[in-house]
Design a protein around this ligand. Structure first.
Ligand code: OSB
Ligand code: MG
Length: 374
């Protein structure tokens, strides 16, 4: 039994060590919402809302999520007993359209709280089976092709098991080919377009077929499955959908339409762990591999991603870079690290989310807080 008694929302600012540029925008400083959840019994857990400042990845932003959490979502949980965290999704979802990232922040926090209360690692609570997760890096669009080659070579030397190259018209086939030539045939490479293309670019995208990519992520519009299906028919390289998969239904639609062959699961995008687990299980049945994407999370959001990626059908390396790739100083102790084989360890020796939050550091980077009570 869980009863959310108190919720503290906090906006923090974390400056990236270097700007991260994708086809639809650039981010230098992350504005992050952290949630601190308290159970009636006194147990406590942290969670993170993965919205960004600008609506260039999804329609949500920090400034839509905050009031939605306060006015719409939190009142559905505060002071109301629930049997299990698996019940939270439906309670938040009923008659509330969209706002998946806001829902996910609370929903995942309730999973974190349940794990803490039960004294078990979050990964175990959800049925995770791995103790190490293969990690990939997502490289933003670079200044020029030389910078990209250098970044890709460095990532492979560091041990990363996959290099994802952000592409956009003007920085695509030639750039990816140059990286392939530099790193050799064996390296696991993929491209992510964040919606930068239309079906009119199908021939251009088909030129990527000769470069041995593991997959091409979300080349077409964020909410379009039908045209992805048409494009997939014209490509040998598997398409992987990110932005388009916002629920189990959309995952089923992808398979029915043949709109992609791989799914990047980001729990924030689908409304939390319950939907992520459902998509994971469905994809496992259908022979669709999944991997865990990232949203430049702090170490708190990363804890949830690592736990999720420990499930058996997360067979491809996730965008789960260590803390130091993003931040001069993360908000958690210990910080997330990666070994020389490019693996991140699942903290199975600790209950809950497996990391401690550095509250002194947090106090210095917090710009507002709001406390809600049952
Ligand atoms: O498309 O996967 C994406 C970051 C922000 C928004 C969208 C995406 C990304 C990434 C970063 O690729 C992955 C990471 O957190 O390292
Ligand atoms: Mg993506």
């Amino acid at each position: 039994m869980l009863t959310l008694d108190r919720l503290v929302l906090r906006e923090i600012r974390l400056t990236l060590r270097e700007p991260f540029r994708i086809s639809s925008g650039e981010v230098r400083e992350r504005r992050i919402i952290l949630c601190e959840l308290f159970d009636r019994d006194g147990a406590q857990a942290w969670s993170e809302c993965v919205v960004d400042d600008e609506p260039n990845y999804s329609p949500e932003t920090l400034d839509t999520a905050w009031p939605t959490l306060v006015r719409v979502l939190a009142p559905r949980l505060l002071g109301r007993a629930i049997d299990a965290p698996g019940d939270v999704h439906d309670r938040l979802d009923r008659d509330v359209r969209g706002h998946n990232m806001a829902k996910a922040a609370l929903e995942m926090g309730m999973w974190g709280l349940a794990a803490t209360k039960a004294g078990v690692p979050l990964a175990r609570l959800i049925g995770g089976t791995r103790d190490r997760i293969a990690t990939g890096i997502s490289l933003g669009i670079q200044r020029d092709v030389h910078a990209l080659i250098q970044r890709a070579e460095a990532a492979i030397a560091e041990g990363y098991n996959k290099v994802k190259i952000k592409i956009a018209p003007g920085h695509d086939v030639d750039w990816v080919r140059a990286v392939r030539t530099a790193v050799g045939e064996e390296a696991h490479l993929m491209a992510d377009a964040n919606n930068a293309y239309t079906l009119a670019d199908a021939d251009r995208l088909a030129a990527l077929d000769d470069l041995g990519l593991m997959m091409i992520e979300q080349p077409l519009a964020w909410d379009d499955l039908v045209r992805h299906a048409e494009l997939q028919r014209r490509l040998r390289t598997p398409l992987c959908l990110d932005e388009s998969i916002t629920s189990l239904d959309r995952a089923q639609d992808m398979v029915t339409l043949g709109a992609g062959r791989i799914i990047n699961i980001k729990p924030g995008r689908v409304g939390g762990f319950t939907a992520s687990l459902a998509i994971h299980d469905y994809c496992e049945q259908m022979g669709i591999p999944v991997w865990c994407g990232g949203m430049l999370e702090s170490g708190i959001g990363r804890a949830y991603n690592v736990a999720l990626a420990s499930l058996p059908n997360f067979t491809l390396p996730g965008d789960l870079s260590p803390s130091a790739r993003y931040w001069a100083k993360d908000v958690v102790t210990p910080e997330w690290t990666m070994d020389a084989e490019g693996m991140v360890r699942v903290p199975l020796d600790r209950p809950g989310i497996g990391v401690t939050v550095d509250t002194d550091h947090l106090a210095r980077i917090t710009v507002r807080t709001e406390e809600l009570r049952a």
